[in-house]
Design a protein around this ligand. Structure first.
Ligand code: ADP
Length: 348
């Protein structure tokens, strides 16, 4: 109760305001009644009783009623504020009670609960992400430590040389992981500002296919580029290259030796679609949307053995969305996959 009586407390201000208004109205009403002759006091005592006792009593009743009403209306808000103050990362599951979702307080509590839900989801995501990063960094560090310990025990020049080679390989992996994480962090914090230009899509596809031609050749694969010569789209060349390189690397990795990988672009309503198709094992429907999440891998052991940490498609999604585009996957188990990037088209 003490807090409602503090100097700037709303109920107190309301009580003082309404009490003053009631006193003013009472005095004015009595004054008019006296002046107009509606009320003629029988004697001076009646006049004094009405003015000295009646007006303050009425003022007091109005002020007390306003105070009590304000306290009862504000009590749930005070309760919400107290609960909000008690919130911590460990109590994000708590929700505000919503006695009546239709009234103003109910709407306030519902809005607050929605914010809590989002906070809880973001925090869970952050915890998962931190655990994934720690795990991915610990794996190469453990490998380096083991290799180092073995080399120190052996004290043999060849073993030492192998150990240094293996350590450098692990350092390379860690560098790649850190570069990818930094890229995603820059994208999250809006630091990755695209430099848009209207460009020929074919040039972008040819550039990427040339960059990965040797990798495909090692698997006796062929990269086919199919794109109309004059197809124009709005994109950031660096971001598009980053997205297509990741998609094409996956396509080459998952397609069996001797098969071809296709890079195709075509008009689609008001956008340009770029499709990267492979003849790999395909992706089961339950994984298809999750593969764009950070650190998600369908087959963890196999992916890690091939150097993947599950960030490639997250980078594709972040780069494409930075350009205002979308990326989607169409895939069937045993029949390969097609990743489609949609970008804004330029009409000439
Ligand atoms: P990674 O770097 O580990 O390959 P990605 O984010 O690129 O991670 O891919 C996430 C997962 O999606 C991979 O573990 C893989 O299982 C699956 N995937 C990606 N591209 C393909 C593809 N073309 N065919 C089949 N599976 C794929």
């Amino acid at each position: 109760m003490k807090h409602w009586l503090q100097r700037n407390a709303v109920p107190l201000r309301l009580a003082v305001g309404s009490g003053a208004a009631a006193a003013a109205v009472g005095l004015l009403g009595l004054g008019i009644a006296l002046w107009s002759g509606c009320w003629i006091p029988v004697n001076r005592l009646e006049l004094w009783i009405v003015f000295v006792a009646g007006v303050p009593m009425a003022t007091l009743v109005v002020a007390a009623t306003s105070f009590a009403t304000a306290v009862s209306v504000l009590a749930p808000i005070r309760d919400m504020a107290a609960r909000a103050r008690r919130l911590s990362t460990k109590t994000l599951k708590a929700r505000m009670p919503v006695p009546n979702p239709q009234d103003d307080l109910g709407q306030l509590a519902t809005g607050f609960n929605e914010i809590l839900e989002q906070l809880e989801a973001s925090f869970a995501e952050l915890v998962r992400f931190t655990a994934d990063v720690s795990h991915e960094l610990r794996t190469p560090l453990t490998a380096m430590r083991t290799v180092g310990e073995v080399a120190l025990r052996d004290r043999n020049a060849a073993t030492l040389q192998d150990a240094v080679g293996s350590m450098l390989e692990q350092i390379g992996r860690m560098n790649q992981l850190i570069d990818r994480l930094l890229l995603l962090a820059r994208s999250d914090s809006d630091e990755l500002t695209p430099r848009f230009e209207a460009g020929l899509v074919r040039d972008a596809l040819v550039d990427v296919s040339e960059a990965l031609a040797l990798v495909a050749e090692e698997k006796q694969q062929r990269i086919e580029v199919v794109c109309p010569d004059h197809l124009l789209a709005v994109f950031d060349p660096g971001l598009l290259r980053l997205a297509l390189v990741n998609l094409l690397q996956n396509a080459i990795r998952f397609s069996p030796p001797g098969k071809s990988v296709k890079l195709r672009a075509f008009d689609e309503m008001s956008s340009v679609a770029i499709e990267v198709t492979d003849e790999g094992p395909g992706i089961a429907p339950e994984h298809q949307q999750k593969i764009f999440e950070r650190f998600y891998r369908v087959d963890k052991a196999r992916s890690r053995a091939e150097g993947g940490v599950g960030l490639g498609l997250a980078i594709v999604k972040a780069s494409v969305e930075r350009m205002g585009g979308t990326v989607d996957v169409k895939s069937e188990l045993g029949r390969g996959s097609a990743f489609v990037v949609s970008l804004r088209r330029v009409d000439v």
